[in-house]
Ligand binder design. Structure first.
Ligand code: CP
Length: 347
């Protein structure tokens, strides 16, 4: 590992709410550490991993469900010699009126880091509502606060995703990363879309976002992606034809996301109309025949859960181009790296 000492010490206690608040050196340090942890785990097993977080506790507050993120963070803490506490928000006193700042102070006292997930149904899909909660926590807790997915972003997921893309493609600069809107009969937020758009533009990729009209991403994220591309030498483009986008793609991520109108009004007010709009775009599915449009060595990614036969053909997700399970595995190691770095495991 060739980290700068100053990068490592700067990260102790640092929140990870958005990757935009970490420098490129800090993001690189996290990926390098994740690669090192993965190597150790592969060659020497769980016992080969140092107890970087011995006697430390990471408190994970979930307002919304999870298959992967909870399991990955919890396993990471076990592998690093520490402990993860799983807390469902509904089982806390918040619903009885306890102030968020008091909750934040409690977890600062009992834990060495806090992770929060709050999105989708937990906030009626209203853009900004989950992010506000994470920011409030981060303001009051003097321990690192990690965004485990809110309505805007999923930063630890993005790190695992770009690690996987680099593993598969080598140097990713100038490679084409297509994030393609896809039909699904349920409403989903923006978090992984924004997160992957940000990290890929940060790492110099040529990012193309394909979506039907009305499904534009939030303005702030579009502006960030443009700025990232300018600084990294990459590019970002938005198109309304997914087949055009797929031409020569090195990476394709098919995923449903909600319209701006839904994100503004919420599902209680606009959910039924939103699902009717989706039906007009049923054809937006990554099909087996679409793979011929991609680069010969192009890969399919997905943060999961994937809605098979809606977002992509079942056969696409099981094809030799699909890297979804490796992506999930790398997400374990990037989450472990974030915990080590922010909770002071290397100092
Ligand atoms: N990718 C991801 O965050 O999965 P979960 O929602 O299952 O945690």
């Amino acid at each position: 590992m060739v980290f700068l000492k100053s990068t490592i010490s700067d990260l102790v206690g640092k929140d990870l709410v958005t990757t935009q608040e970490w420098t490129i050196e800090e993001l690189r340090a996290a990926i390098e550490l994740a690669q090192e942890l993965k190597r150790l785990y592969y060659y020497r097993g769980a016992k080969g991993l140092p107890n970087y977080l011995e006697k430390k506790t990471f408190i994970m507050l979930f307002y919304a469900p999870s298959t992967r993120t909870r399991a990955a963070f919890e396993t990471a803490m076990t592998l690093l010699g520490g402990h993860a506490q799983y807390v469902e928000a509904r089982m806390t006193r918040v619903k009885e009126g306890e102030a968020l700042k008091d909750l934040a102070k409690m977890y600062e006292i009992f834990g060495n880091g806090v992770g929060i997930r709050i999105l989708d149904k937990a906030i009626d899909y209203k853009y900004g509502e989950g992010h506000k909660v994470i920011r409030e926590f981060a303001k009051h807790a003097r321990v690192p606060v990690i965004n485990m997915a809110d309505d805007q972003e999923h930063p630890t997921q993005a790190l695992g995703d770009i690690m996987t893309v680099e593993e598969k493609l080598g140097n990713v600069e100038g490679k084409k990363f297509v994030i393609m809107w896809a039909y699904a009969p349920i409403i989903r937020g923006y978090c992984s879309i924004n997160a992957d758009m940000l990290i890929a533009t940060r790492f110099g990729m040529d990012v193309v976002i394909a979506h039907p009209p009305g499904f534009e991403l939030p303005e702030k994220y579009i502006e960030w992606a443009k700025q990232n591309a300018k600084e990294s030498g990459g590019s970002v483009e938005f198109v309304n034809d997914y087949r055009e986008a797929l031409q020569g793609a090195h990476v394709v991520f098919p995923r449903s996301w909600c319209s701006r109108k839904l994100a503004e009004l919420g599902a209680a007010a606009f959910g039924k109309e939103e699902l009717e709009i989706y039906k007009k775009y049923r054809d937006w599915r990554l099909k087996v025949e679409d793979l011929d449009l991609m680069d010969d060595h192009g890969i399919i990614t997905h943060v999961l859960p994937v809605l098979r036969d809606y977002e992509a053909d079942d056969a696409v997700m099981d094809s030799s181009r699909s890297v979804i399970y490796e992506q999930a595995e790398n997400n374990l190691f990037t989450k472990a790296a974030i915990l080590v770095l922010t909770m002071g495991g290397l100092v």
